[in-house]
Write a protein that binds this ligand. Structure first.
Ligand SMILES: [Zn+2]
Length: 132
């Protein structure tokens, strides 16, 4: 599917900026990235976009379910093009995330959910540290 259709199917208006970003992000490869990483890639593709515009586009993409946001890596927001439910390895030194298939993790016991809340999903992070 072309970027234009993907954006339209998600219910977004296909602006030039959104198309540039969709061409980079929605190529079927799973990846984790920050807004700054994406801005660098946009520059490499011969386009210019301010970091504010990049963030705005990512926010829209996230609201429409085209990408997810991962909150636990580095100090900045990390985004994820894999929108299926999955878990992560986290290299604590570099902040790099590696996907773990949902079916590779089996939870045997989770605590009772506090009053006034529902379980909105469990994501496992396995923190990695080099053993040398
Ligand atoms: Zn992921």
């Amino acid at each position: 599917m072309k970027s234009l259709e993907k954006i339209r199917n998600a219910g977004l208006r296909p602006t030039k900026q959104r198309l540039v970003i969709a061409d980079i992000l929605l190529d079927g490869q799973n990846r984790h990235f920050t807004a700054e990483d994406l801005q660098d890639e946009i520059s490499s593709s011969g386009n210019y976009m301010s970091i504010g515009t990049v963030y705005n586009c990512l926010k829209k993409f996230r609201e429409c379910g085209l990408i997810k946001q991962v909150k636990y890596s580095k100090d900045t927001a990390v985004f994820d093009t894999n929108t299926n439910h999955h878990h992560h390895f986290l290299d604590e030194e570099t902040g790099q995330l590696i996907d773990i298939d949902n079916n590779k993790v089996i939870l045997k016991n989770i605590p009772e959910i506090p009053n006034g809340f529902i379980n909105n999903g469990v994501e496992v992070i396995i923190k990695l540290k080099r053993n040398n």
